[in-house]
Design a protein around this ligand. Structure first.
Ligand code: NAD
Ligand code: UDP
Length: 335
């Protein structure tokens, strides 16, 4: 019995693959390498000293999925595969709808054919838009402010409709807040192409001298230091959340939605300060204009995941900074 990880060679998928293998659970991966490198396969094997099957190809390719479900005994799917850059999604909406929606529909079609009714889906805190208050609970209203967010919202709706049509499905929707950090080995981490959009990859490149200075987007938000607040969680904690989600699935849980975050809000300046403490003040910054579409504050209430999944993020902001920096240095050496 195996768990299929779509997009399993990406940032969150690869860390999750490690957690499953280290927990002696068989996995199969499908990834089209659109946002990762094939060498992640060897890195996962090196860390875990375990083997696994993988297929290089697109989740929208029904024939390939058919082959995967025929060749393997898949009993659950964790669906990570998708495009995830908000700014790019505004410029290329159709590409985002095509990739994210069609991959999900094709996946469900083939799952149905093979009577596989267990799925964990990677959703995002973005579905809360500008929440009415903090912290954010799972039953808050959902909305979307850009095409990426709309794909997450639509897929959540599709999964809810699927469950209404057949309540023998077990569906766990995980709404991730802001994952940061890297594997302690320094082998796996977030490695975006070109100039990073996200905060931590950008900070890391300033620290190694690849980029000159961090632009902090906005310093007049209504927060303690004027910079925006997010709920950052360590990617290894997040990966462990998927083990718990699969355990939940095996209890025939029906449809469930969980926030995965720490419940703590850190400002951009908190992150920079924590990073500078571990790196010896390597990150210079200046304040610049707010980024369009950014919200001021976003952090989760995480009680539901703790009560129902027995999951809680354990790693600290220092762990997130140290592991990110370690990965960046390692990765730079090997580029
Ligand atoms: P990632 O880009 O590192 O990983 C996604 C993987 O999916 C990549 O390896 C990519 O090559 C693959 N992929 C994309 N489209 C595919 C397709 N059609 N067929 C096969 N493979 C395909 O992203 P990530 O950060 O690991 O995110 C994983 C999931 O979590 C995504 O769905 C993302 O939207 C969601 N998410 C991420 C974050 C975040 O901050 N990283 C936050 C909330 C939600
Ligand atoms: N941010 C910043 N400078 C950067 C990248 C990000 O000040 O170069 C800020 C951004 O405005 C937000 C926070 O850092 O307040 C987290 O941004 P990120 O893009 O990592 O995640 P988001 O919450 O936008 O998905």
């Amino acid at each position: 019995m195996s768990i299929l990880l779509t997009g399993g060679l990406g940032y969150i998928g690869s860390h999750t693959a490690v957690e499953f293998l280290e927990n002696n659970q068989d996995i199969v991966i499908i990834d089209n390498l659109s946002n990762c490198n094939i060498d992640v396969v060897d890195k996962i094997k090196l860390i875990t000293k375990k083997d696994f099957k993988y297929y290089i190809g697109d989740v929208r390719n029904e024939d390939l999925l058919e082959k995967i479900f025929s060749e393997n005994e898949i009993n659950a799917v964790i669906h990570f595969a998708g495009l995830k850059a908000v700014g790019e999604s505004v410029k290329k909406p159709i590409e985002y709808y095509n990739n994210n929606l069609l991959s999900t529909l094709t996946l469900i079609k083939v799952m149905q054919k093979h009577q596989v009714k267990n799925i964990v889906f990677s959703s995002s805190a973005t579905v809360y838009g500008r929440a009415k208050s903090m912290p954010i609970y799972e039953d808050f209203e959902v909305t979307a402010t850009n095409p990426y967010g709309r794909t997450k919202l639509f897929i959540e709706e599709i999964l809810k409709d699927l469950y209404v049509s057949d309540n023998s499905y077990n569906i766990v929707i995980l709404r991730y807040f802001n994952p940061l950090g890297a594997h302690e080995s320094g082998l796996l981490g977030e490695n975006p192409n070109g100039i990073p959009n996200n905060l931590m990859p950008y900070i890391c490149k300033v620290a190694t001298g690849e980029l000159e200075c961090l632009n902090i987007f906005g310093n007049d938000y209504p927060t303690k230091d004027g910079t925006a607040i997010r709920d950052y969680l360590h990617v290894v904690d997040l990966a462990k959340g998927h083990l718990k989600a699969i355990e939940k699935i095996y209890t025939n849980c029906g449809l469930k939605i969980y926030n995965l975050g720490t419940g703590i809000g850190y400002s951009v300046l908190d992150i920079v300060k924590a990073f500078n403490e571990i790196s010896g003040n390597k990150v210079t910054y200046k304040f610049s204009q707010k980024r369009e579409g950014d919200i001021d504050v976003c952090y989760a209430n995480v009680d539901k995941a703790y009560k129902e999944l027995g999951w809680k993020a354990e790693k600290t902001l220092k762990d997130m900074c140290e592991s990110s920096y370690n990965f960046e240095i390692n990765n730079k050496k090997n580029r």
